[in-house]
Design a protein around this ligand. Structure first.
Ligand code: HEC
Ligand code: HEC
Ligand code: HEC
Ligand code: HEC
Ligand code: HEC
Ligand code: HEC
Ligand code: HEC
Ligand code: HEC
Ligand code: HEC
Ligand code: HEC
Length: 317
């Protein structure tokens, strides 16, 4: 690995090939595949075309591949760190070798990939260590074998995932449960569900992975919530235990058929924890009772998130 790092510093042009090679040699399972073996041979041979993108564009001159790519960040010829300053198309697709069609493969990504996600991603990560690598290998999407190109469109002039609506649409193309939830009666104002909103899944989650549960952006679930809902940060004089522990005990972050994203309505919500003895049992018996009318328990215990009132022990003021 040390050797690789040294080489990366001295030999910019061959560094990508080496990164890919190192992944292949570390991962015998991936290397077993025939196409990957062939691409490995091509990397060893290192037969890059002498005129870079010009060679490729002779044949690949369709608008989707060429024109939009040249308008994208990666097609920027002025960027000193981008692919165009390096091996151009072959930075990502590997050395041309004898490729002039189906006779010899090039590395393909995303939906039509011909190599493992790990190998595809090693190409991207060779430049994007800081953006994605630190948490990427801790995250669920890496464990689930997602490729960078499952979310990112490198050849589009503007990657749709950088737009809020495009982003939510992309996430919910796989996450159908969350797509259904965000259209329920009570929901966070996500782009796509609420016109003009810029809130997205990424307001709460890091798609590149994180150390927290559910790949949240924050160190804990409650930290995530109070990051925006600061009024519930606490501490308060009279705490309500479940609030301090986990907001999602009562709330469904993605959407709910009940008001205020509640998992259940009061009194059922409250009775899940509070035994129906004493005054509480009356709630079950008589539906015209003051205990169940309107907001039921909340009619009296209105400070369900905790109270700072000197006599707020019962969360009633
Ligand atoms: C930054 C890495 C990168 C560079 C540089 C790059 N490509 Fe791509 N290419 C991709 C990815 C990723 C895809 C998959 C589709 C997408 O993400 O838009 C792709 C798709 C393609 C496809 C379509 C294959 C398919 O899977 O449908 C062709 C052809 C292609 N690229 C040719 C080129 C040519 C020619 C150049 C140079 C002008 C080039 N690429 C530069 C990453 C790159
Ligand atoms: C002599 C013409 C020619 C040249 C030069 C050429 N290609 Fe191709 N390439 C093709 C043909 C033909 C295909 C097969 C396309 C098909 O069947 O749809 C292909 C397929 C591909 C694919 C797979 C995508 C697909 O649709 O199958 C990629 C990626 C690719 N080429 C990248 C490159 C890159 C990068 C270069 C430059 C280093 C390059 N090609 C140079 C003709 C060429
Ligand atoms: C040769 C280095 C290099 C490689 C390889 C590379 N990138 Fe990039 N990428 C860059 C540079 C440079 C930028 C522009 C960074 C900036 O402006 O801060 C960029 C920007 C991006 C962005 C932000 C785009 C935007 O709209 O602002 C995304 C997403 C991205 N790359 C994804 C990828 C993916 C996915 C791959 C692999 C298919 C890849 N990159 C391969 C160098 C590279
Ligand atoms: C699950 C979808 C998903 C996957 C997989 C994914 N990304 Fe991203 N990526 C995003 C989203 C969403 C953003 C936009 C974040 C934002 O706008 O704040 C992003 C942003 C980026 C950026 C721009 C960062 C910036 O600060 O501007 C880069 C670079 C990038 N991703 C690279 C990668 C690389 C490399 C991989 C693979 C190792 C990858 N991504 C995998 C969803 C994904
Ligand atoms: C190509 C499909 C795909 C796309 C696109 C995708 N994901 Fe995922 N994601 C998965 C899979 C598979 C899992 C693991 C199974 C599960 O939890 O559903 C997962 C898991 C997750 C998890 C749970 C993490 C955990 O540790 O429990 C979160 C959060 C997540 N994705 C957010 C996102 C966000 C945000 C986006 C859009 C930026 C996105 N996903 C786009 C496939 C995808
Ligand atoms: C307001 C913050 C927030 C937003 C916005 C958000 N999530 Fe979540 N998500 C969470 C929290 C908190 C959890 C973990 C606890 C839970 O599911 O109750 C979670 C869990 C998940 C999980 C794992 C679910 C499981 O059952 O393990 C997935 C997948 C997921 N979110 C995807 C998404 C997608 C896709 C979007 C956008 C449509 C999104 N989330 C928007 C906060 C959010
Ligand atoms: C990125 C900021 C952000 C984060 C993080 C966030 N919220 Fe929200 N939340 C909002 C916005 C914006 C609204 C809608 C406007 C409002 O009512 O303040 C909202 C509304 C709500 C509502 C009222 C919904 C309704 O239908 O009346 C509840 C309940 C809620 N959030 C709970 C949570 C919980 C629980 C978490 C943590 C899992 C969380 N929020 C994380 C921004 C956020
Ligand atoms: C014991 C159940 C419970 C827990 C745990 C809980 N809430 Fe609530 N929350 C409720 C109920 C009931 C309502 C609706 C009645 C009301 O407005 O007080 C509500 C309403 C809300 C609202 C919308 C109304 C408003 O006052 O703005 C937000 C935002 C909210 N909660 C955020 C949070 C956050 C953040 C946490 C974690 C720190 C949390 N909740 C934990 C029960 C709970
Ligand atoms: C996840 C379980 C849980 C849920 C759901 C829950 N609580 Fe609690 N609640 C507790 C715990 C634990 C305490 C602390 C009990 C103790 O100290 O004896 C508490 C304390 C209270 C107290 C203070 C009385 C006391 O003895 O300290 C009131 C009042 C109360 N809850 C009302 C409600 C209401 C109203 C709801 C529904 C909106 C509700 N709770 C939902 C677990 C829950
Ligand atoms: C009409 C007002 C009112 C309503 C409605 C009400 N409470 Fe109470 N609650 C009180 C008062 C007053 C006390 C203190 C005296 C007592 O114990 O009866 C109390 C005490 C409590 C306590 C602490 C004492 C104990 O029994 O452990 C809890 C927990 C509690 N209520 C939960 C609930 C729940 C859950 C609901 C809804 C199912 C509810 N309350 C509905 C007025 C109300």
């Amino acid at each position: 690995m040390d050797e690789l790092i040294k080489l990366r510093a001295t030999c910019v042009l061959k560094c990508l090939a080496l990164t890919v090679l190192s992944v292949l040699s570390l991962s015998p399972a991936a290397a077993g595949d025939e196409t990957e073996q062939l691409l490995l041979e091509k990397f060893r041979a290192g037969n890059y075309s002498s005129s870079g993108a010009d060679t490729c564009l002779r044949c690949h001159d369709d608008a989707a591949t060429a024109a939009s790519f040249l308008q994208s960040v990666h097609g920027d010829t002025a960027s000193p760190h981008g692919p165009m300053a390096k091996l151009q198309c072959e930075t990502c697709h590997g050395p041309r070798g004898k490729h002039r069609g189906r006779n010899e493969p090039m590395i393909q990504f995303g939906a039509s990939a011909n190599v493992s996600p790990e190998l595809q991603n090693s190409v991207c990560l060779s430049c994007h260590m800081q953006d994605a690598d630190e948490s990427w290998h801790l995250g669920t999407h890496d464990i689930e074998d997602l490729a960078c190109a499952d979310c990112h469109q490198v050849h589009a002039a503007n990657d749709p995932i950088r737009d809020p609506v495009g982003q939510v649409t992309k996430c919910t193309s796989c996450h159908l449960e969350q797509r259904a939830a965000m259209n329920k009666r009570s929901h966070h104002p996500l782009a796509g569900a609420q016109a003009g909103s810029v809130m997205t899944c990424v307001s709460c989650h890091n798609p590149h992975g994180s150390l927290s549960e559910a790949d949240l952006n924050s160190v804990s679930l409650n930290d995530n919530c109070v990051g925006c809902h600061a009024e519930f940060r606490g501490p308060v004089l009279w705490e309500h235990e479940p609030v301090v522990e986990d907001c999602s005990t009562c709330h469904e972050p993605h959407g709910s058929v009940n008001d205020a994203l509640l998992a259940q309505r009061a009194p059922q919500l409250c009775q899940g924890c509070h035994a129906s003895d004493g005054h509480v049992s009356r709630v079950l018996d008589n539906s015209s009772d003051a205990f169940v009318a309107g907001q039921s328990c909340l009619n009296c215990h209105s400070q369900v998130h905790g109270s700072n009132h000197p006599s707020g022990a019962l969360l009633s003021q």
